[in-house]
Write a protein that binds this ligand. Structure first.
Ligand code: CTP
Ligand code: CA
Length: 226
């Protein structure tokens, strides 16, 4: 057993983290969602709590246990996630790690949707969900705001545009097309992107367990917040 030294560099800091997927109901028995396991967000919450922060984890439906000392608020939909996050503002650091559904049903059917007699398909009408990380970054009392970018192509281009469009302080970009990293697995790799002196800077963190990667990301965040 190797005991890692813990830097208590976040004592007195209030941190809010989103994690996991959201579920957008279609009717009483069906929903739209994605494959997010929540592991990365939970690892970040554990890392921040170990370093002395007071941490609220706003979590979609996952099967993970709450890290010691972390306050967990359970939510289902993106709209609920945004309300829960806003209830904990202001704070010092916000990390949007959740895989928030981009769309929800225009209307949730009160009763279970029935198949129609003819054999044709079904068209669902969807509307856009609010962007949680961009909403938090736009607040006058904005915390240091970190977003994730899960991409399957042109990683740095897409992640760089999210950094600017959402006015984030830092983007953690993941290539989710690579075998064994990202969604579901225990390992991840990341490229960190941020703006410094009118330039986009980058730093690559190699593939490692999500718990170790979380600590490396928080090291970087703590440096940038200083
Ligand atoms: N995010 C959010 N609220 C949303 C959608 C995304 O807070 N409604 C956050 C995610 O938690 C993540 C970041 O935005 O931190 C990027 O998510 P991603 O899905 O990669 O980006 P999108 O802007 O949704 O773009 P797209 O899915 O089209 O790539
Ligand atoms: Ca998205």
């Amino acid at each position: 057993l190797r005991v890692m030294p813990v830097h208590r560099d976040l004592v007195g800091r209030r941190v809010v983290i989103t994690a996991g997927p959201t579920r957008e109901a279609l009717d009483p028995v069906r929903y739209l969602s994605n494959h997010s396991s929540g592991k990365m967000g939970y690892a970040l919450a554990a890392a921040c709590a170990e370093r002395g922060a007071s941490v609220t984890l706003v979590s979609g439906p996952v099967t993970l246990s709450t890290p010691p000392g972390v306050e967990r608020i359970e939510v289902i939909s993106a709209a609920e996630m945004l309300t829960a996050v806003e209830s904990r503002m202001p704070c010092d650091l916000f990390i949007g790690c959740a895989a928030v559904a981009d769309y929800r049903a225009a209307a949730i059917s009160e009763h279970k949707l029935k198949k129609t007699e003819d054999a044709s398909g079904l068209t669902l009408e969807l509307v856009r969900n609010p962007d949680i990380v961009a909403t938090i970054a736009a607040r006058p009392d904005r915390p240091f705001t970190v977003g994730f970018a899960a991409e399957t192509q042109a990683l740095e281009t897409h992640a760089g545009s999210k950094l600017e469009r959402k006015r984030l302080d830092l983007v953690v970009a993941n290539d989710v097309s690579r075998e064994g990293v990202g969604f579901g697995g225990d390992d991840n790799a990341a490229t960190l992107l941020w703006r410094e002196r009118e330039r986009t800077r980058r730093h690559t963190l190699p593939r490692q367990p999500k718990t170790a990667l979380a600590n490396a990301i928080v090291d970087h965040i703590a440096d940038r917040m200083r």
